[in-house]
Design a protein around this ligand. Structure first.
Ligand SMILES: [Zn+2]
Length: 313
């Protein structure tokens, strides 16, 4: 049986269960947590994040794929603590988000791949915690000259290790198309790649164009809202793709991150965990629209398992 690397070590694929494709445990733009830790109340932050993960676990979520990179303040020791406290499986990431560090701008893609491969095979820093996925990101600015070597490095790390890639794209401007082109130029196995934030568009023909190259799509950012497709529109896009036969290429998520608690402040009033919008609201509505329980199970269990292990089910 294949195993999957989580923040608490490798688990058998049978323990993966219901898996959310694109989430965060804790995010800090500019890695403020590492540079200015005194800005935050760490006890209250730990409590808040643990509560949301515990509630998600009780609500049926078994695993979250945490796509938090160094430029988003990745702290796998913190993630390990809250994963242990909540009993949630968390797959952590190597890779780089949109704030490509200056040191990467001129770095050869093979050297970038070396860094990612080290985090996949040896571990992140000195923790021994291994990344189970490679994250890359390109937003409305498209694939910039600084970001392109990161994509190429990710493709080469995938080819060397078999570790899958999960992207952030700005779907309204079809940025995933260029991501796919670069991965194809690198000769990467397209069936080991997931193009993310794909429910930010309602353009089914664009999404089918991506799918036809062999990639998975992460239909995430539920519940969405102002200025972007809301959850009903996201559901409609998911249903359209299911009706066209793409169920076994789709995964679902929220891109949720419980916020930190600032030092000297009270924790905000506890709200229902942001990891549960799908379970509470969107999935029941999809069922009401005629999507079968089997199709929903495929998107939440089989596809993430196949994506993470590389083993076809
Ligand atoms: Zn994200």
């Amino acid at each position: 049986m294949a195993t999957i690397e989580t923040v608490l070590g490798a688990i058998p694929e049978s323990e993966l269960g219901i898996t959310l494709s694109h989430e965060h445990v804790l995010v800090f733009m500019g890695a403020d947590n590492h540079h200015y830790p005194w800005l935050f109340d760490w006890d209250k932050t730990r409590e808040r994040v643990t509560r949301e993960l515990t509630e998600a676990k009780a609500g049926g979520v078994d695993t979250v794929i945490d796509l938090t990179t160094p430029d988003l303040g990745r702290d796998v020791r913190f993630v390990a603590e809250v994963a242990e406290a909540s009993r949630m499986n968390v797959v952590v990431a190597t890779g780089i988000w949109r704030d490509v560090p200056r040191s990467f701008w001129e770095r050869d893609p093979d050297k970038i791949a070396d860094i990612f491969v080290r985090e996949i095979e040896v571990g992140i820093g000195e923790t021994g915690i291994k990344a189970g996925v490679i994250k890359v990101a390109n937003d409305a600015e498209g694939v910039t000259p600084q970001a392109e070597p990161v994509l190429r490095g990710a493709a080469r790390a995938l080819k060397r290790t078999g570790c899958p890639i999960s992207t952030h794209q700005w779907a309204p401007e079809e940025v995933g198309r260029r991501q796919v082109e670069i991965f194809q130029e690198e000769g990467a196995p397209m069936d080991r790649i997931c193009i993310g934030h794909s429910a930010d568009t309602t353009d089914v023909s664009y999404l089918e164009e991506l799918l036809s190259t062999g990639v998975y799509l992460s239909m995430d950012r539920y519940p969405g809202g102002p200025g972007r497709p809301d959850w009903r529109q996201r559901n409609a896009t998911v249903k359209a793709l299911i009706d066209k036969g793409w169920t076994d290429r789709l995964m679902l998520g929220h891109d949720h991150a419980p916020g930190p608690v600032m030092a000297g402040r009270e924790a905000p009033e506890a709200k229902r965990s942001g990891y549960l919008h799908l379970a509470d609201v969107a999935l029941p509505a999809l069922r009401d629209d005629g999507v079968s329980a089997e199709d929903i199970d495929t998107m939440l269990r089989n596809v993430p398992r196949e994506f993470l292990t590389g083993k076809k089910s």
